[in-house]
Design a protein around this ligand. Structure first.
Ligand SMILES: [Zn+2]
Length: 160
């Protein structure tokens, strides 16, 4: 089954390309091209899989092993596609609802479809530096360091 070896190789190559680049590729058009490539590979694999099933049925041969490989190759390609699409969403300032998968803009705090609270990366970042060097978090009770950020670091005394 040379054909499926070829497919498996392709999937492997795709994995390497994405593995190397998905994390730091900031070029949207390249990512889109890559996604289109993956989609066309997936379709080719579906075709090949269909042909394989057809032939094994017609010739009464057992193609279970090759079919399994083909399915695994498609799964692999879908995984790569997901990674590329996630990266594209990130670049376009969108986020995917963890509950229902709806694409939401970065402005919404809740999923417009299912109401799930959306956590975005910016929210996880530390609040702006309060200026006193304490690097405290804004949630802490206000007014102890006098820097105005409510960081609660108690640096007021040291500063004076
Ligand atoms: Zn949702």
């Amino acid at each position: 089954m040379g054909f499926f070896e070829e497919i498996a190789d392709k999937a492997k190559n795709a994995a390497q390309i994405v593995g190397k680049n998905a994390g730091n590729l900031v070029d949207t058009s390249k990512l889109k091209l890559h996604a289109a490539d993956l989609k066309s590979d997936i379709n080719k694999n579906y075709e090949a899989l269909g042909k394989l099933v057809y032939e094994s049925q017609k010739n009464q041969t057992d193609a279970a092993g090759a079919i399994g490989e083909g399915v695994a190759a498609i799964d692999e390609l879908y995984e790569q596609l997901e990674a590329v699409e996630a990266q594209l969403l990130k670049l376009s300032n969108k986020t995917i609802c963890p509950k229902c998968g709806e694409k939401c803009t970065s402005e919404c705090q809740f999923c417009p479809k299912c109401g799930e609270k959306l956590e975005r990366e910016e929210e996880k970042e530390k609040p702006a530096d309060c200026g006193c060097g304490c690097e405290a978090e804004a949630e802490k009770p206000a007014d102890s360091c006098g820097c105005g950020s409510g960081c609660g670091c108690g640096s007021e005394d040291e500063k004076k």
